[in-house]
Design a protein around this ligand. Sequence first.
Ligand code: SF4
Length: 445
Amino acid sequence: MNDLEFRQQVLDTKSASFCAAKWYNATIWLGSGMTTSCHHPPAHRIDLEEIKTRPSAIHNTVEKKIDRLNMQLGNRPRGCEYCWKIEDMGRDAISDRVYKSKIYPLEALDEAYTQPHQEDVNLRTLEIAFDRTCQFACSYCNPAFSSTWVRDIQRNGPYESLVSDGRGHFTHDHPSSQLYRFGETNPYVEAFFEWWETDLHKTLQELRITGGEPLMSGETWKLLDWFKNNKGKSQTKLAINSNLGAEVDIDRLLSSIDGLEVDIYTSQESVGNQAEYIRDGLDYEQWLKNVKRLLDQDSIKAVHCMSTINALCLDTLDQLLDQVLILRTKYGRSRVSFSLNILRFPSFQSPLVLPKSIKAKHVAKLRQWLDQHGHIPELHEYEINHMQRLIDYLDVVKTPHRDTFEMPKLHNDFKQFYQQYDQRRGKNFTATFPLLVEWYESIQV
Ligand code: SF4
């Protein structure tokens, strides 16, 4: 069954808004005590009292239970706007509702749809972040997810003169994202390890560790040690998100996962100095070396390249995808893949802030790339769909999300932000993005 048939024949026959991720998937940030279902909806707080007696409440929150009821009734939870925006484009665009439901057995989908919404559910896939330690400070990230971003704000003060809805991310150091100091007991981390020891390790299909940079967090190594010391006790597949920067201890990683099979997810959406501009802290060539080194190991099942599509990456996105295909030729189709996720926050970094003429150039280039490579087996079906939906998004959607302020404010913030980013990080926007210079310089701030 292809992706569209799955949506029409499986999901939509339950309800027009049903998505199994609301039951079986969670992203949980233990440093801040927040959770969401997939990573798109805004995070909400986990009840500290509830987890004292019921550690599974780190996933089964009241808010998710209300969303589950709404999905059973066919109402669209507001937090899932990412998917509704894609679906409302028409053109049979495939939203993540499909990809994030398709991975579960059909019986599990039936069970989710029919069971009373108040009941707790055992997770099947979990993305967990222990803390925000990270050596990178990417332009589209913020202090909630990176300790290097925290240092930028603490040393240099807030970004100034931003006026659109994304400004709050860059004006303070987000102390609520790290509620407990290092060495202090974090009850959310405790609840996770308790749930993991008692139940989760028996039922969870996939555990994906994220961050910050998870390979710089002590709790990640503790969890990897659990796998090492309890070989065969859990069938959970392990996956790790990593920026694969120069500081990541690849030797230690390989020795910790010896005998396991691990998927690595790494972020990248452009190449060379443009990638290094967007992902501050990155050494692109070192990243590529690390990717190849991992692919040379039997313990690495696959390396997945996650592209966060923002206003700056479209110039060289095609070159990155060419690189992915080169790696695929060498290492095999199942061992290298890519996904294209469209950035919505902060809105002023969305690709939709670009002027029509530049968006049209990008659309033409992406169409050409898809014409050249967009057939199976060269690409996976979901890769073709991701590329098609990106093209449609650039072509059809006008504003990054429903509450977006008007475009002049986004343009103001685009220029204000990158001027200050250049000063703080020793970078040079105009030298790095020649295609955007004329437009960038025309923005009055
Ligand atoms: S945003 Fe989409 S994929 Fe995520 S939980 Fe909502 S409907 Fe599912």
